[in-house]
Design a protein around this ligand. Structure first.
Ligand code: SAH
Length: 214
């Protein structure tokens, strides 16, 4: 088992297939050890580009999805980003690598056990620019709003209104919308307007909460 080689190979494949292209995203994916975020018995599959079970009926996102979402959001160093759905914390770590020490990732998770485990992993790996919060992310996280970018890693019925409110003017939000047939939706806030773009079909676990599914 040579995880470093597996990682390099999967990232080269994602570049060839066009999922990722910017140096920032490529470097972040090369840096974050995905094996640290998944259960021991699955570690050998850390760089297989697929979702994996992380307990409580939830999954770690596939590598191409984390890369693609990072590209679509056009993340930059210094940004303040809200993530809804921490899960194991892998995607938060990739975002944290991109926004860097001058940036901040605020990540909300509704399942306390997952939030705790993610927080422990992120601390161990030295991601001090990530704050993990337990709560209903469909309501956003008002105390640290507004955000440059917001992304949701679970699929909801619509974009929750509080998330649009907590987005900066000119900010971007990315989230899967739908129940069984889901689309990845990119929303850009321009004053009172929200410009919507459909980025294609996706498959995520459900977003459960006040402004999500019940
Ligand atoms: N970002 C993760 C993917 C996690 S899967 C990664 O790095 O791979 C989606 C997560 O969203 C699950 O852990 C689920 O519990 C969480 N979730 C679902 N509804 C939520 C809500 N309303 N608020 C916060 N988290 C939610």
């Amino acid at each position: 088992m040579n995880l470093e080689e597996d990682k390099r190979k999967v990232i080269e494949k994602l570049i060839r297939e066009g999922y990722i292209k910017s140096k920032r995203v490529i470097d972040a994916l090369l840096k974050v050890p995905r094996e640290e975020f998944i259960p021991e018995h699955l570690k050998k599959y850390a760089y297989v580009d697929t979702p994996l079970e992380i307990g409580y009926g939830q999954t770690i996102s596939a590598i191409h999805m984390v890369g693609l979402m990072s590209e679509l959001l056009d993340l930059k160093p210094g940004m303040k980003v809200l993530e809804v759905g921490t899960g194991c914390g892998y995607h938060a770590a990739v975002t944290a690598e991109i926004v860097g020490k001058d940036g901040l990732v605020v990540s909300i998770e509704r399942i306390p056990e997952l939030a705790e485990r993610a927080e422990r992993t992120l601390r161990k790996l030295g991601y001090d620019n990530v704050i993990v919060v337990v709560g209903d992310g469909t309501l956003g996280y008002e105390p640290l709003a507004p955000y440059d970018r917001i992304y949701v890693t679970a699929a909801g019925p619509k974009i929750p209104e509080p998330l649009i409110k907590q987005l900066k003017d000119g900010g971007k939000l990315l989230m899967p919308v739908g129940r069984y047939l889901q689309k990845l939706i990119l929303a850009e806030k321009r004053g009172d307007q929200v410009i919507i773009k459909d980025c294609g079909p996706v498959a995520f676990v459900p977003l459960i909460g006040k402004e999500g599914f019940q």
